[in-house]
Design a protein around this ligand. Structure first.
Ligand SMILES: C[S@@+](CC[C@H](N)C(=O)[O-])C[C@H]1O[C@@H](n2cnc3c(N)ncnc32)[C@H](O)[C@@H]1O
Length: 273
């Protein structure tokens, strides 16, 4: 019996989805992590057949996250962050990046994948400036009124919402979801996101990738560049605006312009009225 099957037979509670791939575990595999099952690796292999740069795209997304969080903390003075769809802990997590610049930054991690939640709780158990919330990212009230969020953050002061490689997993209107969070943001708050862009590939490849994710726990929907840009309504996009993530304030010129599936940006909430 394979190692995964032994694990599943002995320990897996029903919600672990050992027979169905999950986006968190596929992404973990693409990043070189170990918290994935055979079914996730099969889905990742199918993705890599359609998009040979799949691993590089995942790595570049983490680099984008690193640059965004560094800017937020080191330059914009943000000290409260909600990371929606945080994913499995990896080499450089949001609080670790943030704490290099300000050890007082508070981070709320939000996800709905049971393995993500279990690992995040274990990693963060002794850290009083971080917490984990099990919630649907599409439910702003559940996230913002969760006792852990309320205990850690003061939402009357500026804070940052991260939604990297997340909103393409939200089937309902993501603009409405973001508006639900924005309604509770004071001016000076920030929104950062990256999202799979429909124009970045051919219609055939887009359909194939959507078909692969249709067989996972959480289908993926590519959106047009205009739809992604509209997610920043109410925010002033900071330079260089909405870009392929490799072109957003790169530390080095992108070596390969191909893997631009994910477009991302960072905006600051303008004062209302
Ligand atoms: C591709 S990973 C991205 C992880 C991280 N944000 C990053 O950019 O490195 C997407 C994550 O979003 C989570 N996710 C997807 N849909 C979600 C939802 N409706 N509510 C909460 N988390 C969700 C998945 O479980 C997964 O951990």
């Amino acid at each position: 019996m394979a190692r995964d099957e032994v694990f599943a037979a002995r320990y897996a509670p029903p919600l672990l989805h050992v027979d169905t791939a999950t986006p968190a575990r596929i992404y973990d595999y693409l990043l070189g992590g170990k918290d994935n099952f055979a079914v996730d690796r099969q889905a990742a292999a199918a993705l890599e057949q359609r998009e040979p740069h799949a691993r590089l795209i995942a790595t570049e997304n983490r680099r984008f996250l690193q640059r965004v969080v560094t800017y937020l903390v080191a330059q914009a003075g943000i000290d409260q962050i909600i990371d929606l769809g945080s994913g499995l802990p990896t080499v450089d997590n949001v609080h670790q990046i943030a704490h290099r610049h300000n050890p007082d930054v508070r981070v709320v991690y939000v996800d709905h994948d049971p393995i993500v939640l279990a690992h995040a709780r274990a990693l963060l158990a002794d850290n009083p400036r971080t917490t984990v919330v099990a919630a649907q990212a599409s439910d702003p009230a559940a996230v913002l009124s969760h006792p852990h969020t309320c205990a850690l953050l003061d939402l009357t002061r500026p804070w940052a919402l991260l939604g990297l490689a997340l909103f393409h997993f939200i089937p309902t209107d993501p603009a409405e979801v973001i508006a639900g969070f924005t309604a509770h943001m004071p001016p000076g708050s920030h929104l950062a996101l990256s999202h799979a862009c429909r124009e970045a590939t051919t219609p055939e490849t887009a359909a194939q990738v959507e078909a692969i994710y249709a067989d996972t726990t959480t289908p993926l929907r590519l959106r047009s560049r205009a739809e992604i840009a509209a997610l920043f309504t109410g925010f002033d996009l900071l330079t260089p605006g909405l870009q392929p993530i490799t072109c957003w304030r790169p530390h080095h010129p992108p070596t390969n312009p191909d893997p631009v599936w994910l477009h991302g940006g960072l905006g600051v909430l303008a004062s209302r009225g």
